[in-house]
Design a protein around this ligand. Structure first.
Ligand code: MG
Length: 211
C-alpha cells in the first residue's frame, strides 16, 4: 500500500518516511516545561498516520492535542546535504498537524520510552497540499473560528536548512520523505465537532473536521 500527498499542481507524490523535529520554537518548549535543545532531535510518525483527508477521527477517551507545523517534502535522495544545498532537495511546503496523544506522551516521557505510539495513531499526521513557494508569512490554526496557534519560520530554533542538513548527516533522506519542522506555542486539545482551519497570511489553505 502506498501513501500519497497532493501538490498544488495536482501531482500525487508517494511518501516514504515521516520525520518530526521536537522543541523547535522557544515558546513551545517553555509551555511544556522543556528546555530548548542544543542540537536538533527527531522522532518519527508511522506512514499509516498520514492524513490528507478532511476528517480527523479522535480515538476514544484520549487527550489529543494539535501541533501546527510547516511540513516539507523531500524531492530527491541525499546524504550529508550542505545547508546551502538544502533548497535543491525540497520539493514543496505544506502545513500540517502533528497530532499528539498528550497524556500518553507524558507517560512515555516519564519512563524515558520512545514517543512513537503517542504520535502515530491512524490519521495523526495531517498534511495540506504542498506548494512550491516557501512559507514566509505567518502561518496559523483556527479552531471554530478562533486563532489558536500562530507561527513564523523565522522563529525556529533550528532553521529548515539547518535541520534538513543535520538530519541528512544521520539518516539518508529519500525522495518522498516528509519533515514536520516543529510547532509554535499554543498547543491544546481538539474535540469531536471542532472545525479546524489552517492558513498562511490572509489565506485559509486547509480545513478539517474532528469526528
Ligand atoms: Mg510536533
Amino acid at each position: 500500500m502506498k501513501y500519497y500527498v497532493k501538490t498544488s499542481w495536482d501531482e500525487n507524490v508517494p511518501v516514504r518516511n515521516i520525520y518530526c523535529i521536537g522543541r523547535n520554537y522557544r515558546a513551545h518548549a517553555a509551555e511544556l516545561n522543556n528546555e530548548v535543545p542544543k542540537q536538533p532531535f527527531f522522532f518519527q510518525k508511522s506512514l499509516p498516520s498520514l492524513n490528507t483527508s478532511r476528517e480527523i477521527i479522535v480515538p476514544d477517551n484520549r487527550d489529543i492535542h494539535h501541533e501546527l507545523e510547516v511540513v516539507i517534502l523531500v524531492q530527491k535522495n541525499g546524504e550529508n546535504i550542505n545547508e546551502a544545498d538544502v533548497q535543491n532537495h525540497i520539493g514543496g511546503f505544506a502545513l500540517g498537524l502533528d497530532l499528539t496523544d498528550r497524556n500518553f506522551q507524558n507517560e512515555l516521557k516519564e519512563k524515558k520510552l520512545p514517543w512513537l505510539l503517542s504520535k502515530s495513531f491512524k490519521g495523526s499526521a495531517v498534511v495540506s497540499r504542498f506548494q512550491s513557494k516557501p512559507i514566509e508569512e505567518d502561518f496559523w490554526l483556527k479552531i471554530n473560528g478562533l486563532f489558536r496557534q500562530k507561527g513564523n519560520v523565522k522563529d525556529m530554533v533550528f532553521s529548515i536548512p539547518k535541520q534538513v542538513s543535520y538530519l541528512s548527516e544521520m539518516i539518508p533522506l529519500l525522495a518522498g520523505d516528509l519533515i514536520f519542522t516543529g510547532t509554535p506555542s499554543g498547543v491544546g486539545p481538539i474535540h469531536t465537532g471542532d472545525k479546524l482551519e489552517l492558513g498562511i497570511g490572509e489565506h485559509s489553505i486547509h480545513s478539517i473536521v474532528v469526528s
